[in-house]
Design a protein around this ligand. Sequence first.
Ligand SMILES: Cc1cc2nc3c(=O)[nH]c(=O)nc-3n(C[C@H](O)[C@H](O)[C@H](O)COP(=O)(O)OP(=O)(O)OC[C@H]3O[C@@H](n4cnc5c(N)ncnc54)[C@H](O)[C@@H]3O)c2cc1C
Length: 244
Amino acid sequence: MPVVVPKVELLAFTGGEKIAALAAKLCYSDASISDLTDAVAVSEQEKFLATLNRMRHHSVFEHISFTFGIEGVSRAFTHQLVRHRIASYSQQSQRYVAHTGGFDYIAPSSVAANTEALEKYNEIMNSIAGSYDKLAALGIPAEDARYLLPNACATKIIVTMNARELLHFFRLRCCERAQWEIRGVAVEMLKKVVSLAPSVFGLAGPSCVSGACSEGRMSCGRASENRRKFEELRTSAMERNARL
Ligand SMILES: Cc1cc2nc3c(=O)[nH]c(=O)nc-3n(C[C@H](O)[C@H](O)[C@H](O)COP(=O)(O)OP(=O)(O)OC[C@H]3O[C@@H](n4cnc5c(N)ncnc54)[C@H](O)[C@@H]3O)c2cc1C
């Protein structure tokens, strides 16, 4: 069955801006940690963290951690995701989870929008599913039968990243240069975290959101449009959170 909509859920969030602010204060103070904990007033956190962000004193953001559950995505996507090394991953196994009786798969919109292409695409997926079932019936273990499965095959993954790595991830993967699937997921992840740590993620997004585009002659040339888009994304995420 084709699956087209990825689902991104924020499963856990630890640390928060207070911890990052506390860690930064600790660097510049001889006070005890408990005195500092009391001293980190919520009101001044925002300004302080925004300054750290501008100074790129990003190591303190490593104390803030987010865990996401992501499903309805392809193996092509997860292959790109796991290239981000400063993170922890747990992915549904094709060795231990058999894909008999048909498997879910992702249809790119370029394929889905073209009736003839979609028909061919679905036909090949069904043929792979049939061959997979045939191997399973011949006693071939799932770990070997999976060599037939395509990049399009749907999968599920849990990922934990700290806020510093997330900023880096958003810079690369919210960019128009990133492929549509990982870009879509990255934008959903950003929507989930921005209202939880606005001083950290206030300028998160592709490089053009916080400065010059880093893509050189590969630039999409839509920096102003992107700045507006990510500003709107932040505003609506903050409003949504305020209503909860
Ligand atoms: C548009 C786009 C196209 C791409 N095309 C290709 C492609 O054709 N082929 C391909 O193979 N990959 C490709 N990639 C993947 C890319 O090369 C990176 O592997 C991926 O983006 C992970 O980024 P990263 O290495 O910066 O960061 P992460 O692994 O997320 O690490 C974060 C940062 O930590 C530091 N770091 C982490 N590990 C090390 C280390 N071992 N040594 C030193 N510093 C380290 C680096 O500063 C790094 O930027 C592409 C990525 C994008 C966004």
